[in-house]
Write a protein that binds this ligand. Structure first.
Ligand SMILES: NC(=O)c1ccc[n+]([C@@H]2O[C@H](COP(=O)([O-])OP(=O)(O)OC[C@H]3O[C@@H](n4cnc5c(N)ncnc54)[C@H](O)[C@@H]3O)[C@@H](O)[C@H]2O)c1
Length: 314
């Protein structure tokens, strides 16, 4: 059992509390905004109840909730912590002072990991005496059902810090990956960005509606993406494996690559057109309910994946 301090108790901090509490660790959640902590406790209770209802917990939800403490004083939250997961707002002006405090207050061997979606660790740890114990551990929302964590070191992060974080997260049921050096957007958002850019270009050039592009993913290629990646996909899409696939279809992808559509501009006009189409399908006042629906579907999918892993192997 490790002692985990979570700094920032918003959407992602709450989700980390479930990840680490479920794994048997002693978790302390801290937030600079005192009213945020009771809010987080309530949200965690609701999420744990959802997970229990779907059979995704291996012990009573009260046992997990009992491992999660709430602490309005940062120094007390960091007391004895082996690992800190920072999840404060995605602004450098927010991260920089928090890291100065974390480095000053946390024990010398405590790992300082950031949930940041877009900043490399070098952007907010360069000046710290303890910068070798800092790295990015970027989750996908919500991390208690989406196991990927992207570990990305700064140039000065000690390799053993990456390995200790990897082992902790893996043992907690997550699927960590090691990014070898800093790259903007890490891996998952770069892949998502490539797909999103092409999807937007197709809509902007009038080839299909946004709704039909969504259907191509959710009723087509997205189905297998929940249990295999693009390389395994093409390895299995030709009888002779990946080299056979490339021999058969490499030319098609070369032609698509050469046939670049007009470069995408993320203009207000494009945003307005997409907003118009999406709001017809989902009125703005139903966005929050639909997000809950998404999380429940993800939880059900996680349960299905676990059952299939046990039955068929990974
Ligand atoms: N929301 C996502 O889908 C998602 C996914 C992956 C990673 N992330 C990253 O996680 C981080 C947090 O995102 P979020 O969506 O949970 O944000 P959020 O706004 O829901 O929560 C941020 C919390 O930090 C608290 N806070 C602000 N200043 C603080 C300080 N100095 N010390 C302690 N707490 C402080 C706020 O009161 C708030 O409770 C960001 O870096 C974001 O990029 C978000």
């Amino acid at each position: 059992m490790a002692r985990i301090a979570l700094v920032g108790s918003g959407l992602i901090g709450q989700a980390w509390a479930i990840v680490f509490g479920r794994a048997g660790h002693a978790v302390t959640l801290y937030d600079a905004e005192p009213a945020a902590l009771p809010r987080a406790a309530k949200a965690i209770e609701t999420r744990l109840a959802d997970l229990a209802r779907l059979g995704l917990l291996t012990e009573p939800e009260a046992a997990i909730a009992a491992r999660i403490g709430y602490q309005p004083v940062l120094a007390a939250a960091l007391e004895g912590a082996d690992y800190v997961q920072e999840s404060v707002p995605e602004r450098l002006e927010a991260k920089l002072p928090v890291y100065a405090e974390l480095d000053r207050l946390a024990g010398p061997d405590t790992i300082l990991a950031s949930s940041t979606s877009g900043f490399p660790a070098s952007a907010f740890t360069a000046e710290l005496a303890g910068r070798a114990r800092c790295l990015v551990a970027h989750p996908i929302n919500p991390p208690f059902v989406t196991p990927l964590v992207e570990l990305c070191p700064a140039p000065w992060t000690a390799p053993e810090v990456v390995e200790r974080s990897y082992d902790l997260l893996k043992a907690a049921g997550m699927a960590p990956i090691r990014i070898r050096r800093e790259v903007q957007g890490f891996i998952a958002n770069r892949l998502q960005g490539a797909l999103l850019t092409e999807a937007l270009k197709l809509v902007q050039a009038g080839y299909a509606s946004a709704e039909d592009v969504d259907i191509a993913i959710k009723h087509g290629i997205g189905l297998r993406w929940s249990f295999m990646g693009p390389f395994e996909t093409i390895d299995l899409n030709a009888p002779g494996g990946i080299a056979d696939y490339i021999a058969r279809y490499g030319r098609l992808y070369e032609e698509i690559g050469a046939d670049q559509l007009t470069p995408l501009a993320w203009t207000p006009e494009l945003a307005a057109a997409l907003e118009g189409e999406r709001r017809q399908q989902l009125p703005a006042d139903q966005l929050a309910a639909r997000s809950d629906w998404r999380d429940r579907r993800l939880m059900a999918l996680a349960g299905h994946r676990r059952a299939m892993d046990e039955q068929l192997g990974t």
